[in-house]
Design a protein around this ligand. Structure first.
Ligand code: AR6
Length: 208
């Protein structure tokens, strides 16, 4: 965890810049500046209580981050997943982490993007983040690391998807159970995605 910079540290090192005042939605409790993080790299390497998998409805593996998680966790993960009977879009299910440094995996199924039913897709994507956060709290896990769900093979536009991820995380931090997690980590793979998160985080998590 010490290598994963919090947004508080990112403001201090000027990676994140305070937004124009008209872009700030509402004041943030400053303790969340050290509970939310942005990390660029491989999610399978994180030694945290839980990482989220961008899975498909079968929960039986696939490409992208799902493939990386299954190959790093080992065949016992697939065995446990077979017993879960799949998962609906927008919902999440938890397994052990097996050979991963992460203790648990929260498998969530993002929507396959299509611009014709934008609102429904946005609700489903928000639900992925919400149900994953709820599962982490229900299992007394202290950290959760999210990849950018649906923005790879499933084609969700990165800016819209990032706004949804940050909005749900912000609502969680403002909620009664906001203190139940010590770290919410957004994991990005590409430089482009990192840039999107860096430009949008200040709107949702302004410096105090
Ligand atoms: N660590 C962190 N992020 C990663 C990693 C990694 N090791 N590998 C890829 N990403 P995707 P989706 C990023 O396609 O769009 C699978 O076949 C990637 O760059 O993995 O939700 C499933 O079985 C992108 O930013 O997930 C489903 O069928 C993000 O993770 C389908 O893909 C998500 O990309 C799900 O598609």
């Amino acid at each position: 965890l010490k290598d994963i910079k919090t947004i508080g540290q990112l403001y201090k090192s000027a990676v994140l810049k305070a937004p124009a005042t008209d872009k700030i939605r509402h004041k943030l409790n400053p303790r969340f500046l050290d509970r939310v993080s942005l990390f660029q790299g491989d999610i399978t390497k994180l030694e945290v209580d839980s990482i989220v998998n961008a899975a498909n409805k079968s929960l039986l593996g696939g490409g992208g981050v799902d493939g990386a998680i299954h190959s790093a966790a080992g065949p016992k993960l697939l065995e446990e997943c077979r017993g879960l009977n799949g998962c609906d879009t927008g919902d999440s299910k938890i397994t052990k982490g097996y050979n991963l440094p992460a203790k648990h995996i929260i498998h969530t199924v993002g929507p396959v993007y299509s611009s014709s039913s934008k609102e429904e897709k946005a609700e489903q994507l928000a639900s992925c983040y919400n149900t994953s956060l709820k599962l982490a709290v229900a299992n007394s896990l202290r950290h959760i690391a999210f990849p950018s769900i649906s923005t790879g093979i499933y084609g969700y536009p990165i800016v819209d998807a990032t706004r949804i991820a940050l909005e749900v995380a912000r609502q969680f931090c403002d909620s009664e159970v906001g203190d139940k997690l010590d770290r919410i980590i957004f994991v990005v793979w590409s430089n482009k995605d990192k840039g999107v998160y860096e430009s949008l985080i200040p709107e949702y998590f302004p410096p105090s």
